[in-house]
Design a protein around this ligand. Structure first.
Ligand code: ATP
Length: 140
């Protein structure tokens, strides 16, 4: 059976992750507390739910522990990102991937049990440099 994904936080990063996974044929539940963001992504994913991910009852009602992977893509609100990650691990989600704003945020996420921490802006910068200096790239 194919993995089932839930994406919490539908900004540019979370929205892109959700849409790309769905386009690749996976079941994707997209969650955001902002009704506009939920509405905007609805036709690009399998299911959408408007909910605050720092609300333990809401996460339980969603049945979040049944998802194979949950991606937390909440950016600016570091407190919400941390609380959400903690709740997801406490509720028994097997794999929690979290976007970090900075190194300290990332360290906290690792300490509370995040299975993978990603730094999209930093990682993209590194990848760009690799592609710029790769011998395979055409020089103009
Ligand atoms: P990006 O760079 O990916 O656009 P960002 O890093 O600026 O995003 P935010 O815009 O702060 O991140 O958050 C991303 C999304 O997370 C927003 O759509 C926001 O509504 C949602 N979000 C923030 N807090 C919560 C929460 N507690 N529950 C659910 N969604 C939340």
């Amino acid at each position: 059976m194919k993995k089932q994904f839930a994406i919490i936080g539908l900004g540019r990063f979370g929205g892109s992750v959700a849409e790309t996974l769905h386009a690749k044929g996976y079941e994707v539940l997209a969650i955001d507390k902002n009704p506009n963001h939920v509405q905007d992504i609805a036709r690009f994913v399998t299911h959408v739910i408007e909910a605050d991910s720092t609300d333990e009852n809401a996460l339980q009602e969603i049945g979040i522990r049944n998802f194979d992977v949950v991606v937390v893509a909440i950016g600016e609100d570091i407190q919400a990102s941390i609380m959400t990650t903690l709740l997801l691990k406490e509720l028994g989600v097997a794999k929690v991937v979290v976007k970090a704003q900075n190194n300290l945020h990332g360290k906290v996420l690792e300490k509370i049990g995040a299975d993978k921490v990603v730094y999209p802006e930093r990682d993209m910068g590194t990848r760009l440099v690799h592609s710029l200096i790769s011998p395979n790239i055409l020089e103009y």
